[in-house]
Each structure stands twice: as structure tokens, then as C-alpha cells.
Write a protein that binds this ligand. Sequence first.
Ligand code: SAH
Length: 235
Amino acid sequence: MVPFAFVISAVCMLTCSRNAKKLTSWYETARREMVEKQIISRGVSDTSVINAMLKVDRHRFVPREYEKYAYADRPLPIGEAQTISQPYVVALMTQELKLKKRERVLEIGTGSGYQAAILSVLAQDVYTIELIPVLAKSAAERLESLGFENVQVKCGDGFLGWPEAGPFDAIIITCAVPRIPEPLVEQLAEGGRLIMPLGEELYQELVLYRKKGDKLEETSIIPVRFVPMKGKIRE
Ligand code: SAH
């Protein structure tokens, strides 16, 4: 005779795995809709960026209570009074970096690690710096457990950059800055691109810079709202 407890646990396992499958396909549908309605319809057209946004499970980067909103058209809290950026803004900033899988990229403001994961699909090596130790630790663990092997996370003040790992072909700052952190200009390679939200708490503009010799060519993109950069830039 088959023990009763065995039957119960077999039924539970079957139901749980069916539920997990249903949830996975629900997230896949939500992710496809996010890409169509928020990203492609607003003009992001680089297919490698679109594919990266389709590939990375955004719901794995938000706290459990926000998982069901992971594909919504908005930023979400990630703890420590910080946020994961709106999907469209992640896609737009990434597209502006024009990555071809050969680059060394530096990100300032790791947060959840989501932007770093997107960059990891599109660049050769990603270096990302987070000021808040618990966020740096959880992002590093998350990225490792999800298999993003070409990403290195450091806890520290991103104002100083990561000189030992530079020069970088692209730099992305995902917290608002009142000016370009000077050390980052030095760590940007010739012809390299730097994108960042420039401004104060209430009003910022996404600005793209290209390094040409001693000069930086500047292009304004759209108004945005990011959490402010803390640390040395405020001293
Ligand atoms: N890119 C993140 C979201 C960034 S939110 C993601 O994909 O989830 C901005 C992050 O910048 C926050 O986590 C904040 O702690 C961090 N930050 C603020 N000032 C910083 C500094 N000086 N150096 C590094 N990180 C900083």
C-alpha cells in the first residue's frame, strides 16, 4: 500500500510545479507587454536592447511584495529608500550607450542590479558601484545566483569611479548628479559615452556626453527623475 503522506506530498509537488509554471508564463507575458507597450511604442528600436529587456527576469530584482508590479510602467522601491528605474528609462539609457558586446562598462548606483544585468547581456564586462552596503551585497548575490558572470559589484562611493578597472568605453550613472564627477571623465576612454541624470532632486535631464580629446560633446535627451547621488559629490 502507498503511504498516505507520500500521496499527499506527491499531489502537493505536482500542484506547486504547475503553479510555478503558470507564474513563469504570466511573467513572460507581462514582460512581452512591457517591451511592446512601454519600450518599442516609445521609440526604442535597437533590437539587441529589446532582446535584453525580453531576456532578463525583472521580477527577480524587486522585493517579493512588489514582484507582481515588476513589469509596470514605473520605478519601484528596492529598500533603503532607493528605487529600481522605470523599464523605459533603463532601455533608453542602455540604447544611448550603443553597446556591441566588446565594451567595458561602468555603472554608478547598482541598486537592485537590474540595469547591470541588462548591460551584462550587451557588453563584455560590467563594473558596478553601490554606496549602500546591504544593497551592494544583495545585488552581488542576486547577479551571481542568476548567472550574470561578467558583472563585478563593488561597495563604495561611485564619485571616485573604479580607476583600476578603467578606462571604460561607457559609463552610466543611475543616481542624479549636480555635475559630472570629475574622476569619471578621466576614466572614460577616448570616444567613450557617459550618460547620467543631471540636476537636483526635483528636476533632472538625462544627458549624454561623448569624449573627443579634451572635450565632451553634450546631448540632452529627456527630463527624468532619479534618486540623488550621495557621498563625496555633496562635500
Ligand atoms: N541602477 C539601479 C537603480 C539605481 S537607484 C537598478 O537597476 O536597480 C540609485 C542607486 O544609487 C541607489 O541604490 C543609491 O544607493 C546609489 N547611490 C547613491 N549615491 C551613490 C554613490 N555616491 N556611489 C554609488 N552609488 C550611489
